[in-house]
Design a protein around this ligand. Structure first.
Ligand code: MGD
Ligand code: MGD
Ligand code: SF4
Ligand code: MO
Length: 765
């Protein structure tokens, strides 16, 4: 079956050789009367990255402070404000630190929770979930899981041990990274990231490295987001060494303001823009002939498609200048090596896979694949895949049950190497009465993840049993859960992380509060009660030893050693390192990079990069555009929050007190809106209110609203419960979105809808 294809690739040979780096410090030492623990950040609270840190504690194991680890090649001592505040999160008065239970009929009542023992809580969860699984079938349980962090494999494996194949984040079209990953894997046979030297311990000055001559920042704001194991400060380090920047972003972001070319396109038109850049590369003969001839399949078919997309045509579609498209394309082609930080805005459009395919094609045409400073094929360090991403144990489920994953029948791409289920089909099934049991682990579905949150609310609050696993009560757990299991924060737990570059341990540094447990331990205890075969281990450490089995390290040895970096090679496709058969080439059906995708063709989808209009917009719905004249982008990253998290931390909240929508000052003046006013954002799907923040970073025709807002300071008041749910409903921008992915099931219009903006009247809030 096709989905074994990528699994085989992931398992690929990994010679166990280390680069010349060993941390000079032991994992723990004493300093100035404090204990210092060298460790790795790996949630809770949220972040994808895993920076190296030193945690300082007193003699009783109480947290004092955290500092960036200056020896870590990954973050080189740097830390974000959120990590500096981890003590405020851990020791917050509202944190839930004991298992809690509430009668089903009291859902939504914050005063009805009662403390219970772990034994009772786990027994209740196991018996209820297994009753549901045995009565209605495992597929009627949904495990909702948030974005990737120290929970990906745990939630999946817990689901599988309940015979449940359905584990997903509730965002339409899997519109976070899946469109990009799927296109890279299907057409190139692996995942690529911009080479910012992160896999080399000598970093920017390592002799094997070339600093990129051009870095494209496409639909991404890495200064704030450090997304997907890619840090924003890596780009600024390269800029100091000569890297020129091209930015593709409707707004003037930090990088846009420092770019050679800024293409401020109309939201959701990325596919058209990239096709026109490809057109310039071919028409002006700027592409890498040798690379294309030797390593690519389908160039002629691609050229035919590109020919349709002249810069003039794209300029009209994207609202940019044709000459700027030419300048950007020439810069990428002429300033080799070039690479790309592409962000979630690429995924968050109905045309997500078309856009992703078109953008990656630019780096293929210019031969920037797997060369120093180009786009790199990542590999799991030492071949470790078990706890990277989800899916560890999925293949142990009977084939018939795997095929009950939501989306399996509807979207052939979901069968191809993706273990997650389709949230859109999950919602449809739930509305048809097929949702009976719910596990909500690491996600705040109603507040941030879920599009059309009222639809999700309706189905989630009526299930027969629901358990939440988090560090705080959230609007979602408060509305839906019968049991709450308290999770540990990263300084409190033992864990293990493998990035794209290295692997390292998370070492217990502080005394855990109350009775919190790590997600791995919760999974192990609860999963064992459901199906012992899935959880044969007696301790967490045994799980990590299992993950590390092929590396020669045990968890303890890795802890003592510090971050371990395997040796690394460029141009792996020339050396037979991309395919299990050891032949040169790529892990695709033709063995080449498929500019024309034979797999997409087989799935009945467009094999070539393409463009289609956002579902709501000036072109697709001109009538609606008259009434709703603002193009709305939703959800930009804030450096002080991770999605719905961190609102309860005063040191962070002081920077953003309320949700705000960026508006152009001239637009605001024309509509009688002042800076700081509450305004309604409304479209035919729904509305919400946010505060106006006036900035010329935003064009007159556009607005950018925040996502993930609630007011945790309402804890202890009636407003924590129904119907207010921490004041979340009114400010939730996801009311203006739809669960309506593309034909492939990937990508949905989240950053490109229409709305109107008007002032909230007195008495309306
Ligand atoms: N409109 C709009 N909506 C969006 C987006 C957007 O751009 N626009 N972005 C979307 C994207 S890309 C994503 S990925 C989603 C993210 O959506 P989520 O993943 O749901 O986001 P979070 O709010 O970070 O996490 C939810 C909960 O996980 C808990 N948590 C954090 N770490 C841990 C842990 O290790 N263990 C446990 N048990 N709990 C933990 C937190 O306390 C929090 O309550 O939001 C999406 N929503
Ligand atoms: N501090 C912090 N860091 C995070 C997160 C967080 O919540 N907080 N979330 C994490 C997660 S799960 C993710 S997915 C990543 C995402 O991180 P990024 O990819 O950086 O995502 P955003 O900040 O949502 O959007 C990036 C840019 O896209 C632009 N944009 C909006 N619409 C369009 C469009 O149609 N086309 C183009 N080209 N650009 C557009 C916006 O103006 C914005 O500047 O960040 C991760 N890192
Ligand atoms: S919050 Fe910032 S410092 Fe902390 S792990 Fe994430 S990227 Fe690193
Ligand atoms: Mo995400």
């Amino acid at each position: 079956m096709a989905n074994n294809f990528t699994r085989d690739y992931e398992r690929g040979e990994s010679p166990f050789e280390l680069q010349d780096f060993q941390h000079s410090k032991p994992w723990q030492w004493e300093e100035d009367g404090m204990t210092v623990t060298r460790t790795t950040v790996w949630t809770a609270p949220g972040c994808h990255e895993g920076c190296g840190v030193y945690v300082y504690t007193d003699k009783d194991g109480n947290f004092i402070k955290v500092e960036g680890d200056p020896e870590s090649p990954f973050n080189q001592g740097r830390l974000c404000p959120r990590c500096f505040c981890v003590g405020d999160v851990m020791n917050h008065k509202d944190r839930v630190i004991y298992p809690m239970k509430r009668p089903r009929e009291e859902r939504g009542n914050p005063d009805a929770w009662e403390r219970i023992s772990w034994d009772k809580a786990l027994e209740l969860c196991a018996s209820e979930l297994m009753r549901i699984s045995n009565t209605y079938g495992g597929e009627t349980i949904h495990v909702q899981r948030g974005t990737g962090r120290d929970i990906f494999w745990q939630a999946g494996r817990l689901a599988y041990s309940m015979n449940c194949p359905n584990e997903y984040g509730a965002m339409s079209g899997q519109s976070c990274y899946c469109p990009r990953i799927s296109m890279m894997v299907m057409t190139m046979g692996g995942q690529l990231l911009a080479d910012m030297s992160a896999h080399l311990v000598g970093r920017y000055d390592d002799p094997a490295y070339d600093v990129p001559n051009c870095t494209v920042i496409w639909g991404c704001d890495p200064i704030k987001s450090n997304p997907d194991f890619q840090m924003g400060h890596w780009v600024t380090e390269c800029m100091k060494r000569g890297t020129k920047i091209v930015t593709v972003d409707p707004r003037i972001s930090w990088f846009a303001a420092r770019s050679e070319v800024h293409l401020a396109l109309r939201p959701g038109t990325d596919g058209a823009l990239a096709l026109a850049m490809g057109n310039v590369m071919v028409e002006e003969d700027l592409y890498d002939h040798e690379f294309v001839e030797k390593w690519c399949h389908g160039f002629d078919a691609l050229c035919e498609r590109l020919r349709e997309w002249t810069p003039e045509r794209a300029a009209e579609v994207c609202w940019v200048k044709a000459d700027d498209i030419r300048r950007a394309a020439r810069l990428i082609a002429e300033r080799k090596p070039a690479n790309c930080f592409w962000g979630v805005a690429v995924d968050m459009q109905n045309n997500g896979i078309g856009a992703a395919q078109a953008i990656q094609t630019l780096f293929v045409l210019t031969g920037n694949i797997d060369i120093p400073g180009g786009m790199l094929f990542t590999r799991p360090p030492f071949g470790i895949t078990k706890n990277m991403g989800g899916g560890w144990g999925m293949s142990d489920l009977p084939e018939e049950l795997q095929q009950k994953r939501t989306g399996w029948q509807e979207y052939p791409m979901y069968r191809y190497g993706f273990t997650a289920s389709s949230p859109d089909i999950a919602l449809r099934d739930a509305e048809a009465g097929k949702l009976k049991g719910l596990v909500i682990q690491t996600t705040n579905t109603l507040t941030g993840m879920g599009d059309e949150p009222l639809r999700w609310y309706k189905v989630m609050k009526d299930v027969e049993f629901c358990v939440g696993i988090d560090i705080f009560q959230t609007p979602t757990t408060q509305a839906c859960c019968d049991v709450f299991l308290p999770a540990a924060c990263w300084p409190e737990k033992q864990s293990f992380r493998a990035s794209y570059y290295d692997c390292s341990t998370i070492n217990p540094a502080v005394k855990p509060r109350g009775e919190v447990k790590s997600d791995a331990e919760i999974g192990r205890l609860l999963g064992k009660m459901c199906n012992e075969d899935f959880w044969p281990w007696d301790t967490e450490e045994e799980i990590y030893d299992e993950c590390l089995k092929d590396t020669g390290f045990t968890w303890k040895q890795l802890r003592d050693f510090g971050p371990a970096y395997p040796t690394f090679e460029y141009r792996k496709y020339e050396k037979g390192m991309m395919r299990p058969d050891g032949q040169p080439g790529f892990m695709t059906p033709t063995g080449k990079i498929e500019l024309y995708s034979t797999l997409l063709e087989g799935f009945g989808l467009d094999p070539l990069p393409n463009f289609n209009e956002p579902m709501l917009g000036p072109v697709a719905t001109p009538d609606l555009y008259e009434e709703y004249p603002v193009i709305l982008m939703t959800g930009a990253r804030s450096p002080v929050f991770f999605h719905t998290e961190h609102r309860q931390i005063p040191h962070l909240r002081q920077f953003e007190k309320d949700p705000y929508v960026e508006l152009n000052p001239d637009f605001a003046a024309d509509h009688g809106i002042n800076d700081g006013d509450w305004v309604w954002l409304e479209n035919p799907r729904g509305k919400c209110r946010q505060r106006a923040k006036l900035t010329y970073a935003c064009d007159y025709t556009m607005a950018l609203a925040r996502h993930g807002w609630w007011f945790p300071e309402k804890e202890g008041t009636a407003e924590a419960g129904e119907p207010s749910l921490y004041g979340m409903w009114d400010v939730n921008v996801n009311h203006l979105l739809l669960n309506a992915p593309s034909k492939a099931g990937f990508g949905s219009d989240i950053k490109c809808v229409l709305c109107k903006v008007y002032k909230v009247k007195e008495g309306e809030m």
